[in-house]
Design a protein around this ligand. Structure first.
Ligand SMILES: [Zn+2]
Length: 315
């Protein structure tokens, strides 16, 4: 039982304040030239940078200095990731995402997910159209506020997006402020997590636009991404969401738990651009920690040759 072994080895109390040990290890790794590391072997983790490629072709005999510096930076980042991956007990070093697309893909609503007369409404999708070998990680609700998660994700440099529901967030907005400071974009998941199609339009407006207002007030930004609780919505939901600033409605193609994945698609697999859902939960709710869940999802994602990219770079 992988999960049990990992829990013993990487229990949540084990890690003290971040930084010092990892920085020292990293400095040693970089200095000794073992960037890329034994953990992930040669040639893993560096999709070619399209920008670097363009610069290299722009009339220089070799890579332009800027491209060289960028490659060096990427190498160093990946070395840091290899060190963090070992520290946090990941099966492999997470792959580096390619450069964000110069132009975001055009999003459309997934077939079968349309609402009547919804042509001009925010698109509802489970996968972002891209040929990049990337997937996106999203975390919902907000009840579990595990400080270890923030340290882990920062050290691993894995992007994710959080969809917050105020009723479980409001006892500690500070936790999510810290998350936001680390670069995570916060999205709207309603005030109290109701089944929206069961509510009147006015009630839905209160839930969706009320959360927009709350998030603007607390986090200084009005979300542009909205995820309806349970993935359930109707035409009112999308019209109302649009009216208070929502531009897109990302659902999910797979869901991650500690020790297992659940799939939406019949082939039970990941695909380029797939959105992965998980939740802010802990031992009490799912018998594993957030760190256990991240180890599971990253084992799957990296094992299948995908990098986690930033959803907001594509949507
Ligand atoms: Zn939820």
């Amino acid at each position: 039982m992988q999960l049990v072994r990992q829990k013993g080895k990487f229990g949540s109390r084990r890690y003290g304040p971040v930084g010092v040990a990892v920085s020292a290890l990293l400095a040693a790794a970089v200095a000794s030239g073992c960037a890329g590391g034994a953990a992930d072997g040669p040639d893993r983790g560096q999709p070619a940078s399209p920008a670097a490629g363009r610069e290299a072709q722009a009339g220089h005999a070799g890579p332009a200095p800027a491209a060289g510096a960028r490659a060096e930076g990427l190498k160093r980042k990946q070395a840091a990731r290899a060190v963090a991956a070992k520290k946090w007990g990941l099966a492999e070093t997470p792959l580096a995402a390619p450069e964000p697309p110069a132009k975001k893909p055009r999003l459309t609503t997934r077939e079968g997910f349309e609402v009547k007369g919804g042509e001009d409404l925010p698109p509802v999708f489970t996968t972002v159209p891209t040929e990049d070998r990337v997937v996106f990680l999203t975390m919902d609700d907000g009840s579990e506020k595990d400080p270890e998660l923030l340290r882990m994700m920062t050290e691993l440099d894995i992007p994710y997006s959080a969809f917050l529901s105020d009723y479980v967030v409001r006892d500690d907005y500070g936790y999510f402020e810290e998350m936001q400071k680390s670069g995570v974009v916060l999205g709207n998941h309603t005030l109290t997590h109701p089944y929206l199609p069961g509510l009147s339009a006015d009630e839905q407006r209160e839930e969706i636009c009320g959360e927009q207002d709350r998030m603007e007030e607390r986090f200084g930004k009005r979300p542009t991404l909205f995820r309806p609780p349970y993935g359930n919505y109707n035409g009112d939901t999308l019209r109302i969401a649009k009216s208070c600033g929502i531009e897109a409605v990302p659902l999910w193609a797979a869901e991650a738990f500690p020790g297992r994945m659940e799939w939406r698609e019949r082939d039970q697999d990941l695909h380029p651009g797939d959105i992965i859902l998980t939740h802010f939960r802990g031992e009490a709710e799912w018998g594993g920690s957030m760190a256990d869940m991240i180890r599971t999802v990253m084992k799957t994602v990296t094992g299948k040759g995908y990098a986690v990219a930033r959803l907001e770079d594509y949507v």
